[in-house]
Design a protein around this ligand. Structure first.
Ligand code: SF4
Ligand code: SF4
Length: 468
């Protein structure tokens, strides 16, 4: 008996109906007439046996069976799900966050680390990372790299982070210099990438040139080209920082130092893509990533924000790709969709590939948990630690929509990757790491719909070209 898979979803596009299996992600486009015939056949009392397929829909039914949208036995869906779940990678470390300082010179109103709360700020360490701890941290990271699955480590990555990492510039310089000198002797470090994620205000000519020389990429947080779009970015006295930031961006341009932008989508930023477009043109930006704001007990965002932020990301993607600029977040989903490969996790913590090292040498899973040091399970002196077998790292590596019963009937299951478990944990009174990060659902669902439509328009335009 043939029936629709539990993972089958339907989209209406003008004259066409699209059917897609949420874990196989190969859309099948049918005319409305064929779709109606298919439905009638599936609903017919003949129980839709293969032998009873009407002649005029035979090709389409075969294609739908191939794409698993139609199943021929009761356990076919279970088998697909079992296979997908068994493919979730185990921890394999390739990314290391060096939290050089837990302190920050700003107190952005949307800071997910908690720098906007006087109480949380008190829980951040006042001791920056020392050279001694940095040395042990480098050795610790190399040990984890050597334990990891070699095939998985295409590009190991160091991310200098905070607080504000440039507060401790001397140690950043020390770490980058030592890692560069280790490239020749440590196999896994040959293709190492290093980047610093900074609010930019502590950059100056000397530091910019030093970072360029060391090969440390610079990502600066900025939310648009006006005071209004940047009004969430304030210093500890609550004063806006945008004018100071523009001076830094000008200096980067004058010195020919490439930067990328880390744009948090404030409610003012998402009113128009123009401000980001202006930034890109003015400063010749080649890369950018969007951050959707997070809700917590004290900072609540309405659902309308999530929907608008999701639309903004798609509109910006369409506009920026004409310039050859691709935003990271949507590219990750596009990649999964194009390759029909399930995207298990949208963050390095839940993909089991990252460690985070704080100034006192503790080692954890997620840089969003620095305030309370939850999920910090080791330290840099622990020569025996192995993320592949650690319970906490194992648990985090299995956090994925495909392991969440509440996600199984969602059309975006295969491209989603889930959002941020830390946000999910804090967004509801009884939240856990396994609660759905609903803020992210609007983004995943709208993106899937966009990808299906976009692919269809490419198919149509290719068809027109072939006819000409
Ligand atoms: S859990 Fe959230 S804060 Fe932590 S690494 Fe993932 S996305 Fe970032
Ligand atoms: S997190 Fe939301 S969008 Fe993602 S699979 Fe689950 S329900 Fe769907």
């Amino acid at each position: 008996m043939v029936s629709l898979s539990r993972f089958a979803h339907t989209y209406n596009l003008d004259e066409t109906v699209t059917l897609i299996h949420s874990l196989r992600m190969k859309p099948v486009y049918l005319t409305r007439e064929i779709y109606q015939s298919l439905k009638a056949w599936l609903d017919s009392p003949r129980c839709a046996t293969i032998e009873s397929i009407p002649q005029h829909i035979q090709e389409e039914v075969k294609e739908l069976i191939k794409c698993k949208v139609l199943v021929q036995s009761d356990d076919e869906d279970e088998q697909v799900l079992h296979f997908i779940r068994s493919s979730i990678p185990k921890p394999s470390i390739s990314v290391c966050y060096f939290i050089l300082s837990e302190q920050c010179n700003l107190a952005c109103k949307y800071c997910f680390l908690g720098n906007n709360s006087a109480d949380t700020r008190k829980s951040f360490s006042h001791e920056d990372m020392s050279v001694e701890t940095a040395d042990k941290a480098i050795d610790f990271f190399i040990r984890q790299l050597n334990l990891s699955d070699y095939k998985e480590i295409r590009k190991p990555m160091i991310i200098f982070y905070g607080g504000e990492p440039l507060i401790n510039f001397t140690v950043l310089e020390y770490i980058a210099t030592r890692l560069n000198s280790l490239r020749k002797t440590e196999n896994h470090l040959e293709n190492l990438e290093m980047s610093v994620i900074t609010n930019g205000l502590l950059l100056n000519e000397e530091r910019l040139l030093k970072l360029k020389q060391l090969g440390v990429q610079i990502a600066i947080s900025v939310d648009g080209f006006t005071e209004e779009t940047n009004n969430m970015r304030v210093d500890v006295l609550g004063k806006p920082v945008f004018t100071r930031l523009l001076k830094v961006l000008d200096e980067c341009k004058q010195l020919d130092v490439n930067i990328s932008l880390s744009v948090t989508l404030s409610e003012n930023t998402i009113k128009s893509t123009e401000h980001i477009f202006e930034l890109i043109k003015q400063y010749d930006i080649k890369g950018l990533g969007f951050n959707i704001m997070m809700s917590d007990g004290s900072f609540i965002l309405p659902q309308s924000y999530n929907d608008k932020a999701a639309s903004f990301i798609i509109n910006a993607f369409v506009k920026f790709r004409e310039l050859g600029i691709y935003e990271d977040r949507i590219i990750r989903k596009l990649d999964a969709f194009a390759k029909s490969q399930v995207y298990f996790s949208d963050c390095a913590a839940t993909s089991g590939s990252q460690i985070v090292i704080v100034p006192d040498g503790k080692v954890g899973v997620c840089h969003g948990c620095v305030a309370g040091k939850k999920y910090f399970v080791s330290d840099v002196s622990d020569n025996k630690f192995d993320a592949r077998t650690d319970d906490t790292f194992l648990e985090w590596s299995q956090i994925s929509p495909v392991n969440n019963e509440k996600c199984l009937d969602c059309a975006a299951l295969g491209i989603c990757g889930g959002g941020c478990p830390v946000n999910a944990l804090h967004s509801k009174p009884n939240g856990t790491l396994h609660t759905i990060d609903e803020r992210f659902c609007a983004h995943s669902k709208q993106t899937l719909e966009f990808l299906i439509k976009d692919l269809y328009s490419i198919i149509l335009s290719d068809g027109v070209e072939n006819e000409q």
